[in-house]
Design a protein around this ligand. Structure first.
Ligand SMILES: [Zn+2]
Length: 141
């Protein structure tokens, strides 16, 4: 299987490079509030000078909260059949963004608050035509 089978589930939300995976968003230069996906204006009510600039986030972070998805999520969620429960994490990336993502672990009960993780880009499922919709996930380090 080649990388050409890896298709971003949504274009423009993440990238993979030599420094690892990154989430693509923006940050307000005035108050430093991070946005993912990117925002056109700052939504911080205490910020009076919205100056939005493109920014990327990751790859290191810490689990703030987690849960196990025990039943298949509704469309448009993607997963392999038969459904296998997986862990979801809310992760504080070191550069200031708090974001939800699937945990890239075999045992969903193994995730704990405070675990150090890295952002990775992995397939959400494997389609019969060989394509693999990819998205961001978090892997313990
Ligand atoms: Zn701001």
């Amino acid at each position: 299987m080649t990388d050409t089978n890896r298709v971003p589930v949504i274009d423009g939300l993440f990238s993979e490079g030599p420094q690892g995976a990154r989430l693509l968003g923006s940050r307000c230069l005035s108050c430093a509030t991070p946005y993912f996906p990117s925002a056109g204006t700052c939504h911080n009510p205490e910020c009076s000078d919205s100056k939005i600039q493109d920014a990327s986030f990751g790859p290191s972070g810490t689990v703030w909260s987690s849960s196990i998805q025990n039943y298949p999520p509704p469309v448009p969620a993607r997963y392999d059949e038969p459904y296998v429960p997986y862990a979801l994490g809310v992760v504080d990336l070191d550069d200031g963004l708090r974001v939800v993502g699937r945990m890239a672990v075999d045992d969903p009960s193994s995730v704990s608050v405070g675990d150090r993780v890295e952002l990775v880009i992995e397939p959400l499922c494997h389609n019969e035509d060989g394509s693999e919709p990819i998205s961001w996930m978090f892997r313990p380090t």
